[in-house]
Design a protein. Structure first.
Length: 351
């Protein structure tokens, strides 16, 4: 492992800076009592070594080619302009770390939550899901300022809302009470878990993303079919109206079929140029002429509608097949992404 890059996020008062100081073994980050003290995103770095017995030691010698980078961020506040700026910078830092990442580097986020918080906000849940999915980056939710070993309602809520995300409990510094001093705990375990369990955490995120992609793909195809069928019914109704004029309506029904073809292509995201599809429907008018029922009043309306519906459904089936195989469409990009994720999962499981 060459670099361990950890982004520390959370609301103001979540204990991010206190955790940074505990990791750095020095008061490098300003701390406060629930007030915003980190005014800009800041990177703190030092050398580290993971010893064979699992204990972590910090070293300042350049000969140790393992570097810990902690990216301490400004507190996240709902509907705050500084939050948007912070998130933009966080995304930039993650993207930069991902671009420069080697196979042995670790990129991960610690999302800090004060154990005294009443609840885990919806926007925090969505933010974690979005960043984890977009960047395929593992999260560990760090429950800070824990004075008890008992799991509280907050932690239970987080586990319900984010079952795929690990949680760790810490007390980053000694805490004075009337009964004595509560000794800090959990910091070394948090960092050790981050390093040792990284591949497992990465696999979990990739599996979750793969599952989401598959569900999205199924939902997208269902959406396409629903929209396309509405399109077919719209044109079928037009054909039924025109079909009231036996025989003479045949060219118009042909035109409706051509228009339906264009509209179906647009519905599924295929942008066609003028003239596309005329060859496909070259025999449509012949088929209609060869249908004796088109010459019978009243029946001609039902025949016209049924003909357009049949053409539309047959073409839709062909379109769905094209979507599943095409390299130019959005759904196919999802398919390629799934293949890549499966390969990444295979590599990580071997580790």
């Amino acid at each position: 492992m060459k670099n361990v890059n950890i982004v520390i996020m959370g609301k103001t008062g979540a204990g991010k800076s206190t955790l940074v100081n505990a990791i750095m073994l020095d008061d490098v980050a300003p701390t406060g009592n629930g007030q915003p003290v980190t005014m800009k995103n800041q990177v703190y770095s030092r050398k580290m070594l993971l010893t064979p017995d699992g204990k972590l030691k910090f070293l300042l010698f350049r000969r140790i080619h393992r570097k810990l980078n902690l990216y301490d961020t400004v507190g996240l506040e709902l509907d705050s302009s500084i939050t948007q700026k912070t998130l933009k910078e966080i995304r930039g830092y993650i993207e930069k770390a991902q671009r420069e990442k080697t196979d042995k580097d670790i990129n991960l986020v610690w999302f800090c939550v004060n154990s005294n918080s009443h609840r885990f906000e919806t926007y925090e849940v969505e933010l974690i899901k979005t960043l984890a999915n977009d960047y395929e980056i593992p999260f560990v939710i760090v429950i800070t300022q824990c004075f008890s070993d008992e799991k509280g309602d907050l932690e239970k809520q987080i586990e319900r809302d984010l079952p795929e995300i690990s949680t760790m409990r810490v007390l980053a510094r000694d805490y004075k009470t009337l009964a004595g001093i509560l000794e800090s705990f959990g910091v070394d375990a948090l960092l050790r878990y981050t390093v040792i369990a990284y591949d497992k955490l990465k696999v979990r995120i990739l599996e979750s993303k793969l599952e989401n992609l598959l569900h999205w793909r199924e939902a997208r195809i269902t959406e396409i079919k629903d929209s396309a069928n509405r399109c077919i019914q719209k044109h079928a109704q037009s054909a039924q109206k025109i079909g009231r004029i036996p025989v003479a309506s045949i060219p118009f029904v042909h035109g409706i079929c051509i228009k339906m073809l264009y509209d179906l292509n647009e519905t599924v995201g295929i942008h066609t140029t003028k003239g596309f599809g005329e060859d496909i429907f070259a025999n449509v008018i012949k088929g209609l002429i060869a249908t004796p029922l088109m010459a019978i009043p009243l029946l001609s309306t039902l025949v016209a509608r049924g003909y357009v519906e049949g053409v539309g459904k047959a073409y839709l089936d062909a379109l769905i097949a094209v979507i599943e195989k095409s390299t130019d469409l959005e759904l196919k990009n999802i398919e390629l992404m799934s293949v890549r994720i499966k390969g990444e999962l295979s590599r990580k499981r071997k580790n």
